[in-house]
Design a protein around this ligand. Structure first.
Ligand code: ASP
Length: 362
């Protein structure tokens, strides 16, 4: 069964196709109003969300389908200790497709292995958030008319921001992308993103702490919230939370056609005075998210009909006593039944990663 756990599960051509369908939906919504008549989407959100859950539900309703929903861990059998795999098997009996958000990294992948319907990862801990990336790619494409030859600045919490990790990963497959990483030292992009994406794919990038100095060269500025819920040390959060606040004066040297994106929710990172500036694209991005989720639901239901085989290659995984995942937020650390599986991602340096959360194994 085909699922979407990370954007790399789709080829560039498939992503282009999703954008094409989303553009068509934007122009001719009536053509799609009954495309999912009789189908049911289950949204399972074990972590807070406003946009993503409503966006999935609005997407399915706009396609003529129906929605069933769990909107908090406390309101589900997860509170009684049910495993993610059992929840996924149960929901497969009620729905045709499911979208899951979970605080544990790798949870959606576990669900995808257990389910007999397509699973969409709506965010798994700090790991990834592919449907936000679909919204981001759509917005960039609509604003710039292309997804290559762009200088993209990422500003704020690059350490815990899962949307940043997913978007950099997706952009690494396009040509002529330069990434400018703007963050305080404590919130730098994780090392594995350099080793496994930026350096491995030979991307051009630079790091700075100075947003204003970076501004003039940017085509896209991707602002992010400091992810309070991922900090073990709340004093550190208080110290870093206002590291970057985008105000109108900081845009003085920006390009006239800069596109400012933000996955939202905004806490304090962008002054509301910028909302009326034509360069502010973050609310258009919200609409793009719904359109891309519509295109995605259509695609996965179509692939399910065609009996698309396993979406990830399981060969080459090993269960080795000598390797350990030390990520306390990984589902394999919390749920006893999950097999500890590791994949070798760099043979030269003998780097192994946990199959579920992709953290480097020890
Ligand atoms: N809504 C995005 C997410 O779920 C961004 C954020 O929460 O800051 O990751």
């Amino acid at each position: 069964m085909r699922s979407l756990i990370d954007t790399v599960d789709f080829s560039i051509e498939e992503l282009d196709d999703l954008i094409r369908v989303a553009c068509d939906i934007a122009d001719h919504p009536e053509k799609y109003a009954h495309a999912c008549d009789g189908k049911i989407l289950a949204t399972l959100f074990f972590e807070p969300s406003t946009r993503t859950r409503l966006s999935f539900e609005a997407a399915m309703l706009s396609l003529g389908g129906n929605v069933i929903s769990v909107s908090s861990a406390g309101a589900s059998s997860a509170a009684k200790g049910e495993s993610v795999a059992d929840t996924a098997k149960t929901v497969s009996c009620y729905a045709d497709i499911m979208a899951m958000r979970h605080p544990l990294e790798g949870a959606a992948l576990v669900a995808a292995h257990a389910a007999s319907i397509p699973v969409i990862n709506a965010g798994d801990g700090g790991h990834c958030h592919p449907t936000q990336t679909l919204a981001d790619l759509y917005t960039i494409y609509r604003e710039k008319g292309r997804l290559n030859n762009l200088t993209v600045g990422f500003c704020g919490d690059l350490k815990y921001g899962r949307t940043v990790h997913s978007l950099i990963n997706a952009l690494s497959r396009y040509t002529g992308i330069k990434v400018v990483l703007i963050s305080p030292e404590e919130l730098r992009l994780p090392e594995y993103m350099f080793a496994e994406v930026l350096d491995k794919k030979g991307m051009t990038y630079e790091e700075t702490t100075d947003l204003v100095a970076a501004m003039p060269e940017l085509d896209i500025l991707y602002m992010t919230r400091v992810q309070r819920e991922r900090f073990a040390d709340q004093e550190q959060y208080q110290r870093l939370k206002d590291s970057y606040i985008l105000t109108l004066d900081k845009l003085d040297t920006a390009k006239a056609d800069l596109a400012i994106l933000h996955p939202l929710p905004r806490v304090n990172e962008i002054s509301v005075a910028i909302d009326n500036d034509p360069r502010a694209c973050y609310f258009k991005q919200v609409l793009g998210g719904k359109l891309m989720r519509m295109a995605l639901i259509l695609k996965l239901l179509e692939d399910a009909k065609n009996d698309y085989q396993s979406f990830r290659v399981v060969d080459g995984l090993i269960h080795k006593d000598t390797k350990t995942c030390r990520n306390g937020r990984c589902i394999c650390q919390v749920e006893q039944e999950i097999e500890h599986l590791f994949v070798q991602t760099d043979a030269e340096n003998d780097v192994w990663r946990c199959y579920w959360c992709e953290t480097q194994a020890e």
